[in-house]
Design a protein around this ligand. Structure first.
Ligand code: ADP
Length: 163
């Protein structure tokens, strides 16, 4: 089965990578779909986010990275994807994710598969990583090494006062 892992991935964290990798072990093909225009203002451009994802999934031949805009169900239709894979971190994720899953199924017949997060990464989100890194926090171990470097470079440029 071809499945999709959608998100903004600004930037990709070890939590995302864990879900992608585990999905790739179970499904024939995983498409990681990067939301081009997240409502939240992004630190990295969509192309940079795609590039980072390609770097960190390069060792997984059945993982493909693409950009998308608009509704994920339209992306699924266009790419013959039958299910969306989502990671659930905490109970707080559940209400919204369930509503969205039901909406997507009722509108387009697209299934959603939930995976429980690896407890190592249950607290992890891209926004928290950015916030910590911005104020000098150590985020090594929370993001892949290549992302760590880009994060440091970008934050040094965007907020020289923090360094
Ligand atoms: P965030 O900014 O919260 O990291 P994204 O939109 O980039 O969110 O995340 C895309 C999807 O990746 C989420 O809907 C969720 O399913 C999954 N995800 C994000 N972080 C984690 C994590 N730490 N563990 C498991 N799944 C996660």
């Amino acid at each position: 089965m071809r499945v999709v892992c959608p998100g903004s991935f600004d930037p990709v964290t070890n939590g995302h990578l864990d879900i992608i990798t585990r999905s790739a072990r179970m499904h024939q093909e995983v498409v990681v779909a990067v939301l081009r225009n997240p409502s939240k203002s992004a630190l990295f451009t969509a192309d940079e986010r795609v590039e980072m994802l390609r770097e960190v999934t390069a060792d997984q031949p059945n993982v493909r990275v693409a950009k998308f805009n608009g509704l994920i169900v339209d992306f699924c239709r266009a790419n013959e994807i039958s299910a969306i894979v989502k990671g659930l971190r905490a109970v707080s994720d559940f209400d919204y994710e369930m509503q969205m899953a039901q909406m997507n199924y009722s509108q387009a017949g697209v299934e959603t598969l939930f995976m429980t997060t690896n407890p190592l990464y249950a607290f992890l989100s891209s926004s928290l990583v950015k916030e910590f890194a911005r104020y000098g926090g150590d985020v090594a171990g929370l993001v892949p090494a290549s992302v760590l470097h880009r994060l440091a470079d970008r934050l040094a440029v965007s907020d020289p006062a923090a360094h």
